[in-house]
Design a protein around this ligand. Structure first.
Ligand code: SAM
Length: 353
């Protein structure tokens, strides 16, 4: 593939904003606009052909259009009904799935697509505190969530790591979504509408991927730098989830990255389980997109005394995790992604996986 060609293979995923319209209303509008609605996704998996679209088989609010479909001027896009969001990026909020009236924190929230998806799932009830360190990106979040008709979001320009867990609203928090800074190494769809908001992750990804040029010494140096950067990202990611676990009434925490590297994915999960099991465990596959085929990598799950000691245990942990492999046709026709969901273990509950 020449540079940029792989992104052409990715479908254009569209999240229907249920705060404004139903998927069926949107489907009818496109059919009236001379688009052909396919009753099922192509098999074997492939993007839909020109001028055709279908519903997504895993996410009921998602429609799938041909690669490069330009919907920016479509009235349903400009009015906030259609949200251009990669399929994998919809997984964390769908998995966390806070109930109506819940108190929720989106800890690393900007530019805010997942925040607006949380508000949609909660029907604008309860409260979402959307926290981000970067004011420029937080302003994008405010714009994006206002356009999407979200009314239950409070944006906070501060570090999630410094939030006061004894503050009255924070004491009520039951669900936390954490999508912290990562290497961005899974992102291949550079044509994404939010390309400006993803620029930082993409720059990081470029730094990480420059290891194939130059001589042997340069390559070794770049490889060492990459390793160091991944380890430091992993430490930050562990710190974020550890902080989330200190909220007194939090029950469920989703952790996600758009990274392909185990250092930010299975290794982070292993460290967290090692430090916090049996008070916290992974949500079982039955509550983490059970019909999604691509799970974590067992070989990258580390030992945890009392919980993970055999290959069978590693396979059980990996089965609780969700991965998406970037690109196609071998990949999952989306950006690379990873999600884990932690649940606090109740007093009389079995902490086993
Ligand atoms: N969840 C976002 C979405 O779906 O649109 C994308 C989040 S992006 C991967 C990571 C974000 O974490 C960046 O916007 C970055 O500014 C923010 N961030 C990094 N460190 C942070 C911290 N200590 N507290 C809060 N936000 C932080």
């Amino acid at each position: 593939l020449v540079e940029g060609e792989e992104e052409l293979l990715l479908p254009r995923y569209v999240r229907v904003n249920l705060l404004m319209m139903t998927p069926q209303q949107v489907i009818d509008a496109f059919i009236a606009d001379k688009w052909e609605f396919l009753p099922a996704p192509p098999s074997p998996p492939a993007p839909p052909g020109p001028n055709t679209f279908h519903r997504d088989e895993h996410l009921d609010f998602m429609l799938v259009f041909p690669p490069k479909s330009d919907l920016h001027l479509h009235p349903l896009y400009t009015s906030g009904v259609l949200i251009l969001q990669d399929k994998a990026s919809c997984f964390p909020a769908a998995i966390l799935s806070p109930p109506k009236n819940a108190y929720v924190i989106d800890g690393c929230a900007a530019p805010g697509n997942k925040t607006s998806q949380l508000a949609m799932g909660m029907g604008n009830s309860g409260k979402i505190i959307a926290c981000d360190l970067d004011l420029r990106r937080l302003n994008i979040l405010k714009r994006l969530t206002t356009k999407a008709g979200c009314t239950n979001i409070t944006a906070l320009n501060t570090s999630f790591l410094t939030l006061d867990t004894s503050e009255p609203d924070n004491r009520k928090v039951s669900h936390i979504l954490l999508d912290p800074s990562c290497s961005g190494s899974g992102i291949i769809n550079r044509l994404d509408h939010l390309v400006d908001a993803y620029a930082e992750e993409q720059e990081q990804a470029t730094i990480l991927e420059t290891t194939t040029t130059g001589g042997a010494a340069e390559r070794a140096e770049a490889e060492a730098k990459k390793k160091e950067r991944l380890l430091s990202l992993g430490e930050f990611q562990v710190e974020c989830v550890t902080k989330a676990m200190t909220f007194p009434n939090v029950r469920k925490i989703s952790y996600s990255t758009c990274s392909i590297y185990a250092e930010e994915n299975e290794h982070v999960v292993t460290t967290l389980l090692r430090n916090h099991w049996p008070k916290w465990k992974l949500s079982p596959r039955s509550r983490v997109l059970p019909t999604w085929h691509r799970r974590g990598y067992p070989a990258d799950v580390g030992d945890i005394p009392g919980l993970v000691e055999t290959d069978e245990d590693r396979a059980k942990v990996a089965d609780c995790l969700v991965r998406a492999v970037p690109g196609g046709p071998e990949g999952d026709l989306m950006n690379g992604f990873f999600v884990a969901c932690f649940e606090r273990v109740g007093k009389n509950e079995n902490p086993a996986l």
